[in-house]
Design a protein around this ligand. Structure first.
Ligand code: AMP
Length: 193
């Protein structure tokens, strides 16, 4: 199996690039944001609870997200590997993911961290809010999400750096340019020279 974490702040392009990666490398996409939005739209008990946090730009509690990921992994026993998008976002989630994968005798292979300057993130997210209507893409909530990223999620990069799995990628160019940089790292890993 080949398991990849696509890491980065809100608006860094994780969703867009995950779609490119899963098609090119035939992996299974797991986005906790998409899974949570699906629960919210179906008004499940989990969705109703999660919405309270999402609307405020706060992270949903670890146990909720970890449970969701665990069942999602179990749904795809034949997967060649997974692209984790928007997960893990805390150290507790990263540790739980390691345990879940270890249980399946596999592991995270590579963590690609997209880096985009903050003013560009805000411009992108405000634009997305206008076109997609995502309720958490308004300026007030965006600022809170970026704050939450700095305090809780950024330290996860250190967790993977210590394991020798982290590669930083410039994500401020166009979609195709960024995809080239990402695929170069993946190819280097899969087919070392
Ligand atoms: P995203 O689509 O990844 O930007 O996620 C949208 C919102 O869903 C976030 O602002 C959080 O409220 C929630 N969320 C998504 N993934 C996670 C996660 N791994 N841990 C906690 N909350 C999450």
């Amino acid at each position: 199996m080949f398991n990849l974490v696509l890491f980065g702040p809100p608006g860094s392009g994780k969703g867009t690039q995950s779609a490119n990666i899963v098609t090119t490398y035939q992996l299974q996409h797991i986005s906790t944001g998409d899974l949570l939005r699906d629960e919210v739209s179906r008004q499940t008990p989990l969705g109703v609870e999660a919405k309270k946090y999402m609307d405020q730009g706060l992270l949903v509690p670890d146990e909720v997200v970890i449970g969701m990921i665990s069942s999602k992994i179990d749904e795809s026993p034949e997967a060649r590997g997974f692209v984790f998008d928007g997960f893990p976002r805390t150290r507790a989630q990263a540790e739980a993911l390691d345990k879940l994968l270890e249980f399946k005798q596999t592991q995270i292979d590579l963590v690609l961290a997209l880096e985009v300057p903050e003013p560009q993130l805000i411009t992108r997210l405000v634009g997305r809010g206008q076109s997609s209507g995502r309720s958490d893409d308004n300026e007030e909530v965006i600022i809170k999400r970026i704050k939450e990223y700095h305090s809780k999620t950024e330290p996860v990069a250190g967790y993977y750096h210590t394991q020798g799995k982290l590669e930083r990628i410039k994500g401020d160019g166009g979609i195709d340019d960024t995809f080239k940089l990402l695929s170069k790292e993946i190819d280097n890993y899969l087919l070392p020279a």
